[in-house]
Design a protein around this ligand. Structure first.
Ligand SMILES: [Fe+2]
Length: 275
């Protein structure tokens, strides 16, 4: 063959095949890895898979509503640092919408840096500042009143707030920008009214015009600017033992960030500094 002349003698194209990805899925969410060393999916996820099941409607029989994407002016690590405990503390939108947080917990199920977040979230009685409060109406069933977040290391996040079912994936553009792709879903059993409700609620809360995401964009950028200040960010709220990374955290403890960065440190080969 003519092309055989272009390579060194003894070259055998079968020694250089395309890499074979491995694929597994759970509750309709497909995971792909190019690594032969990655453990089986359920082992990698641990008990967080139960939170994912609740998040995708109990069985994962979802119907895609559409996509949106947002570029945040922040480093991807700042983006992933802030999902979870910050929402009821920081977001003015939660106050404007009259949302109130109840009991909740954060947890990690393996040493892979994944974080699960389960909490109660409801719309308080009383007026909101919205002319049309129907966008924050909750039409689902318990326990889905609760907020559910599954944050898988390094950049996958799935959230369910009110009736919004959202799976998102972040891609770093460079060290100062990250692009986040939001995919919105309805459940296969939803009637037409519920589908329209989820669609309205999704795009009003998340994405380029979402009340929550617009605040995130502002906050992420401020954090990114602040991160140029010399020094180190130290997570302390909820830390009971500086030598130990725990696997269960209260809803508003910032120590819920630590398993992620412990795993990051490990795979990057960074030494842990003495406490
Ligand atoms: Fe946020």
């Amino acid at each position: 063959m003519s092309e055989q002349r272009d390579v060194v003698p003894g070259f055998n194209r079968s020694d250089y095949p395309l890499a074979q990805p491995r694929m597994e899925s759970v509750y309709g969410v497909v995971f792909v890895t190019m690594s032969a060393r990655t453990e089986p999916l359920l082992e990698c996820l641990g008990s967080i898979v139960e939170t994912l099941r609740e998040l995708v409607g109990g069985d994962g029989r979802l119907k895609l509503l559409g996509y949106q994407k947002v570029r945040y002016n922040t480093n991807w690590k700042s983006y992933t640092d802030n999902d979870g405990y910050h929402a009821p503390l920081l977001h003015q939108a939660f106050n404007l919408l009259n949302w109130q947080g109840g009991k909740g917990r954060q947890f990690t199920s393996t040493k892979r840096g994944h974080i699960g977040f389960e909490s109660e979230l409801s719309v308080a009685r009383g007026d909101t500042m919205l002319e049309d409060p129907s966008i924050i109406e909750f039409k689902g069933q318990d326990p889905s009143v609760g907020s559910r977040i599954v944050s898988l290391f390094p950049t996958f996040v799935a959230t369910k707030h009110l009736d919004v079912i959202n799976l998102r994936f972040a891609t770093p553009i460079d060290h100062e920008r990250v692009e986040v792709h939001y995919a919105y879903f309805a459940h296969a059993d939803d009637d037409e009214e519920m589908v329209r409700h989820r669609l309205r609620q999704s795009s009003n809360l998340l994405g380029p015009s979402g009340l929550i995401s617009m605040e995130d964009a502002s906050i992420f950028h401020r954090i990114h600017i602040g991160n140029h200040t010399p020094g180190a960010a130290i997570f302390q709220k909820g830390v009971r033992d500086k030598e130990k990374i725990e696997d269960e955290f209260l809803q508003n403890d910032e120590s819920g960030n630590l398993p992620r960065w412990e795993y990051y440190r490990e795979i990057m080969g960074f030494e842990r500094r003495a406490a």
